[in-house]
Design a binder for this molecule. Sequence first.
Ligand SMILES: Cc1ncc(COP(=O)(O)O)c(C=O)c1O
Length: 355
Amino acid sequence: MAKDTMQKINITRVENSKIESVDFNNLSFGSVFTDHMMVCNFKNGAWETPEILPYQAITLDPSARIFHYGQSVFEGMKAYKDKEENVWLFRPLENFKRLNISSKRLAIPELPEAHFMEGLKALLDIDKEWIPKNEGSSLYIRPFVFASGQGFHASPADAYKFIIACAPSGAYFSGKVRVLIEEKYSRSANGGVGFAKAGGNYAGQFYPTQLAIDKGYNQVIWTDDNTHEYIEEAGAMNIFIRINDTLITGPTSDRILDGITRKSIIDIAKDENIKVEVRKITVKEVVDAANNGSLKEMFGAGTAAVVSPIAGFGFKNQDYDLPELEVTYASRLKKRITDIQTNKSEDKFGWRYKL
Ligand SMILES: Cc1ncc(COP(=O)(O)O)c(C=O)c1O
């Protein structure tokens, strides 16, 4: 890894902010962007000092390897504002570490911590007015790294860009989702890149997801590529299944993204004295539990939606409904995690990061 020192971050401000044109009471997810972005280039074997620039289009050579070989990784995180207008991040160093884990797998040079954290802080400082205060809203932060180096040669590029862009955002999903347990397609395989947040993983999900949408579902439940017998992830989220009073989630592996929400939920659930099992779970076990009434809840967990309850699932041309419980683990765990994120409660785990 490159050495962890860098020069002062240069800032070029926009002449006129566009913030007045944004309706903060009607934000969709990730479709309006703040005034500035952070850009950091990798050239001549080293990451240069990041700079803050007005948010703008970037120019790339048609031979840039991102277009041809998909060398790109990204992260997703959020900034929150509390009542006193303090700004908070949630476990940002976990995102930094995971970005480098992803980069390493995609043969992209890893970033020094200072470039990530100081670049991020400088960007959030200049765009802090853009962090929404409304309940459920936040500033979605998208750090990403891609191959900008030129040449049709199928080998790693010699130049990369690390960019952070931000989008003030409302809630990700509205309402409960119905999901289809996948029997044919896979999002990842042993020895592959499923554990990395690589752009191509998501491109590969779009087609099977559209087939599920065409059948009337909102999302796909990914199963293992080898047998399709084990439940792995829910769309672009980790999955939790409650059978009776036990909360179960699969172990991370080559095929599953090590979600920050997932691991936080495991810790919070244990703290709430909920019985948690991290183990492989079969589709059969879930179907049997649905049939005998012990399947109480299923939900996805990830930064964007935090917790996304599942209303029912389809498998082998049959639909299964989950019960409508008045008190759910999903809402209890979601409240605990969002209260920590937004500085509404004590943070006994030390996860909040003040800017
Ligand atoms: C495939 C996949 N699984 C799980 C997650 C959840 O991870 P996290 O909680 O760190 O956002 C994400 C989203 O980042 C994802 O893309």
